[in-house]
Design a protein around this ligand. Structure first.
Ligand SMILES: O=C(O)CCC(=O)C(=O)O
Length: 296
C-alpha cells in the first residue's frame, strides 16, 4: 500500500515503518502490561472497547458533522492543535453526546486504568476529537508539551472512531523515544517545554522520519479497527500518517491518570484549554532546536 509519513512517500507494510506490537493477550496481567509499556513506550490493546459502542459513536459524530455541514469539500480540518471556536468547538460539543462519551469515557477504559494504576482513574474533561481530511496529518511530538503540568502518570489513549487503514491516517509511535539514551537530549529540552508557558511550536518536526535518521528508534504503525486503543505516556514521540483518502479519518484522543494525583488545570472541567495558541511571537521549532543544540 502507498502511504505518506510527513513528507515521505513510503510503502507499507514492508517499508520503513515497523509493525506495532499487540498487548491484549497480556490482559489482565498488569505487571506484564507495565513491563511492556516500559519497553515499548506504548500498549496496543485490540478490541478493548465494545465495537458496537464505537460504531454507534461514529454514526453520531458523522450525523453531527453532516448537520453542521462540515463535510463540505475544502473545509479546513483539525490538525495537531485544537483551534479555538470553529470546527474544533463543534466537534468538542459532540464529544459530550452520550453515544460518544460511552466510548471516550468507556467503562472498559476506567476498569483498565484502575488496574493499571492500582487506584481509581480520572479522565480529562477535554476530548481531542479529530476529523482529519485529505493530505492532513499530525507532526511528531511529545504530549507533555501540551498537557504536562499534572500527574507524571498521565497517559494518552488514542481511539479510532472507524476502521482505519494506514493510508487513511493512523497513529504512529516512535519506539525507543521514551527510553533510548540517544533521545535524552530531546527529552531534556523539547520534552520539558510547555507550549503555553514557553511559546514554542508544539510539533518537534513536520518530517517525522528525520527523527529516526538522527536519533534512532523505530516508527511503528498498523491498521486499526473500531474497539482498538493505543496508550502511551507523555514522552513517547508520536505522529500520524497522512490521510491519502477522500474520507475523513475520525478519532479521538483522551487522557487518563490516577485520580489522587494533580491534574493539568487547563484540561479538567472549567479549564481554559490552551492559553497562548494563535499569539504571535512563537519561537519556530527550528530556532528552538538550534538553541537546544539539537540537529536541525
Ligand atoms: O490523531 C492524530 O492525528 C494525533 C493524535 C495525537 O497526537 C495524540 O493522540 O496525542
Amino acid at each position: 500500500m502507498r502511504i505518506r509519513f510527513g513528507y515521505r512517500d513510503l510503502t507499507h507494510p514492508g517499508g520503513t515503518l515497523g509493525a506495532l506490537q499487540e498487548s491484549q493477550h497480556l490482559l489482565p496481567d498488569m505487571e506484564a502490561l507495565q513491563a511492556q509499556m516500559a519497553d515499548d513506550g506504548y500498549l496496543l490493546l485490540r478490541g478493548l472497547i465494545d465495537r458496537a459502542k464505537v460504531q454507534r459513536a461514529r454514526e453520531t459524530v458523522l450525523n453531527h458533522m453532516n448537520e453542521q455541514s462540515v463535510l463540505s469539500p475544502g473545509a479546513p480540518v483539525l490538525e495537531g492543535v485544537m483551534p479555538r471556536g470553529g470546527r474544533g468547538a463543534k466537534l468538542q460539543r459532540i464529544a459530550a453526546h452520550e453515544d460518544v462519551r460511552n466510548v471516550l469515557e468507556a467503562d472498559e477504559l476506567f476498569a483498565f486504568f484502575a488496574g493499571y494504576f492500582g487506584e481509581p482513574a480520572l479522565t480529562f474533561h477535554f476530548k481531542w476529537m479529530r476529523a482529519v481530511g485529505n493530505e492532513q496529518y499530525t507532526g511528531a511530538h511529545y504530549d507533555f508539551v501540551y498537557m504536562g503540568r499534572g500527574s507524571p502518570r498521565l497517559h494518552t489513549v488514542w481511539i479510532p472512531l472507524g476502521d482505519t487503514t494506514v493510508d487513511h491516517g493512523t497513529l504512529v509511535v516512535c519506539r525507543g523515544s521514551h527510553n533510548l539514551p540517544a533521545f535524552a537530549p530531546i527529552r531534556d529540552t523539547y520534552g520539558r517545554m510547555d507550549v503555553d508557558r514557553d511559546g514554542i511550536d508544539g510539533w518537534f518536526t513536520k518530517d517525522p522520519m528525520e527523527i529516526v535518521e538522527k536519533f534512532g528508534g523505530e516508527w511503528q504503525t498498523g491498521e486499526f479497527f473500531m474497539g482498538d486503543v493505543i496508550l502511551f505516556g507523555m514522552h513517547t514521540m508520536h505522529a500520524s500518517t497522512t490521510n491519502l483518502t477522500n474520507r475523513f479519518r475520525l478519532s479521538c484522543d483522551v487522557r487518563f491518570q490516577p485520580a489522587s494525583e494533580p491534574a493539568d488545570e487547563r484540561w479538567v472541567a472549567g479549564g481554559p484549554g490552551h492559553t497562548v495558541h494563535g499569539v504571535e511571537e512563537l519561537v519556530p521549532i527550528e530556532e528552538a532546536r538550534r538553541r537546544w543544540g539539537l540537529p536541525v
